[in-house]
Design a protein around this ligand. Structure first.
Ligand code: NAD
Length: 504
């Protein structure tokens, strides 16, 4: 089957003006510059392969300049010394500017990443704005403790007065993947900036455009130059140089488990602080008493939203045998009715995945599963002029040991298995190296909350999947990562605790 994809262009004037520039330099200190080498990389519309523009292909020498700019801003600049209220005001302004530029940013994100426009316009770009507003509030809630001690060897007549200070960790390297570029960037920048840190941001090489536009908005909001620096280029060059850099104090990484391991190894040199938001293979458990009118569209959305390029995508379905056929056929029917198309086209529900390389990877997983005995109830094909579209796919007749059940596919592909009890579902759900998220669909409160306690994941949704908010911590256990983003505690990722103990 062919899939005709029209070469759609940005219609929003500000997005058109941004793209018309062609070359998009990176931000080092107060300068928008190319790489020292003069090398550039192209970024393309994954739906059509059309070139959208170029950005610098940086190397270690550029990373060095960016780290120096961040270090200077941290040691001598205004940002860490500002009052919390001053920092909050600027962060809030960033949120407002993102909202004001929502149509422009959504179109740029769709063209660069492929996602249907509504995903950016109504979920991710507003989500990015909310991150800045939420952490504007948190900037004013950073505090230490006064601590009554039991020390009894102070000089006669003296007392001990002890307290803690919360201080910014220093220069942060933020490394971001391509699936939800702007909101994942905001999830790192907003708490790091609230804490008073200075940052070198490395966007993913497939999707650097909105990060570069955000850089302009950050300066417009009043962020002093050097507080956020943006270095573009290849992961194994720029990301690796940042991970190993001796003057970076902390790495905040979101991406695959494999690269997360490399980041961790490189960070060992100067024992950087590290948080890792990594891959997942999130289970969706459906019990026989579930409300099928909610569970069927909910489980379909859990895997097909953003073409399954979501770290917490519900990619393993464990369905009670009594409702297995009804549930999987319901999802398959939704999949059959979905419109594949250019992300900018009205009515598109499934856009392309981010690149041909990624589409080939997903298709490889699907074909291997079929060769291994799985059956595609629906989907299973790679389509489009550029080969970047993957049909929404439901695989049945799968076994727990198959690669399609164990490995993250990161596309619109779900594997479905029948189970006979909650205990069996929980055992299968927990039989994974990953532990990012899970959902349980049931009308029974005690089933829901018992499952929530027993699922070995960082998040459990009940009768829902993919519910995000700036206030809700997100992150993984097991090989899905270290630490949490979003939520009040995310600022702590970027703070050190200093103990001050005085004899007075
Ligand atoms: P990736 O690991 O290939 O790349 C992520 C980032 O790391 C990119 O900016 C890349 O350029 C950079 N990078 C690549 N090699 C590097 C190296 N050697 N050293 C340092 N940096 C390097 O991941 P991806 O394919 O861009 O994104 C998909 C993955 O991200 C999936 O596994 C997904 O589950 C995960 N993810 C996790 C979360 C979460 O919150 N847990 C959120 C979104 C995506």
């Amino acid at each position: 089957m062919t899939l005709d994809i029209p070469a759609l262009q940005a219609s929003q004037p500000a997005a058109q003006a941004f793209l018309a520039r062609g070359d998009h330099p990176m931000l080092l200190g107060d300068q928008w510059v190319g790489a020292a080498s003069g090398d550039w990389m192209e970024t393309v519309d994954p739906a059509t392969g059309a070139v959208l523009g170029r950005f610098p292909s940086a190397a270690a020498v550029d990373v060095d300049r960016a780290v120096q700019a961040a270090r200077a801003a941290f040691e001598h600049g205004a940002w860490p010394a500002m009052t919390p209220a001053q920092r909050a005001k600027i962060l809030w302004r960033v949120g407002e500017l993102i909202d004001q530029h929502i149509d422009e940013l959504s179109q740029l994100e769709t063209l660069d990443q492929g996602k249907p426009l509504w995903v950016g316009r109504y979920a991710e770009i507003p989500g990015a704005a909310e991150q800045f507003r939420f952490f504007a509030g948190q900037a004013q809630r950073i505090d230490g403790q006064t601590i009554p001690t039991s020390i009894n060897y102070q000089p006669p007549g003296k007392q001990v007065f002890a307290y803690t200070l919360k201080q910014p960790v220093g220069v942060v390297a933020a490394i971001v993947p391509w699936n939800s570029p702007l909101v994942l960037t905001a999830m790192k920048l907003a708490p790091a900036l609230a804490a008073g840190c200075c940052v070198v941001l490395k966007p993913a090489e497939d999707t650097s455009l909105t990060a570069l536009r955000l850089g302009e908005l950050l300066l417009q909001a009043g962020l002093p130059p050097g507080v956020v620096n943006i270095v573009t280029g290849l992961g194994h060059v720029v990301g690796a140089a940042l991970s190993a850099h001796a003057d970076v104090d902390k790495i905040s990484f979101t991406g695959s488990t494999q690269v997360g391991r490399a980041v961790l190894a490189a960070a060992g040199g100067n024992l950087k602080k590290v948080t890792l938001e990594l891959g997942g293979k999130s289970p969706v458990i459906v019990m026989p008493d579930a409300d099928m009118d909610l569970a069927i569209p909910g489980a379909a959305n859990a895997i097909f939203f953003n073409s399954g390029q979501v770290c917490v995508a519900g990619s393993r379905l464990y369905v009670h045998r009594a409702v297995f056929d009804e549930l999987v056929n319901g999802i398959a029917n939704i999949a059959r009715g979905m419109t594949l198309g250019h992300g900018l086209a009205a009515g598109t529900q499934i856009g392309p995945v981010v690149s041909r390389k990624q589409a080939d990877r997903i298709n490889g997983h699907v074909q291997a599963a079929l060769a291994d005995g799985a059956r595609a109830l629906v989907g299973g094909r790679q389509l489009g002029p550029n080969g970047t579209f993957i049909e929404p796919t439901v695989l049945v007749d799968v076994r727990p040991e198959m690669a399609c059940v164990r490995e993250e596919i990161f596309g619109p592909v779900v594997v479905a298995m029948p189970v006979d009890s909650l205990e069996q579902a929980l055992a299968l759900a927990n039989d994974s190296i990953y532990g990012l998220a899970a959902s349980i669909w049931t009308r029974d409160l005690s089933t829901a909350h018992r499952a929530a306690a027993q699922l070995k994941t960082g998040t459990v949704w009940i009768n829902s999947h993919l519910m995000y908010d700036a206030s809700l911590p997100i992150g993984g256990v097991k090989q899905s990562g270290w630490g949490r983003e979003s939520g009040q505690a995310a600022v702590d990722n970027y703070l050190e605790t200093k103990t001050v103990c005085a004899v007075i």
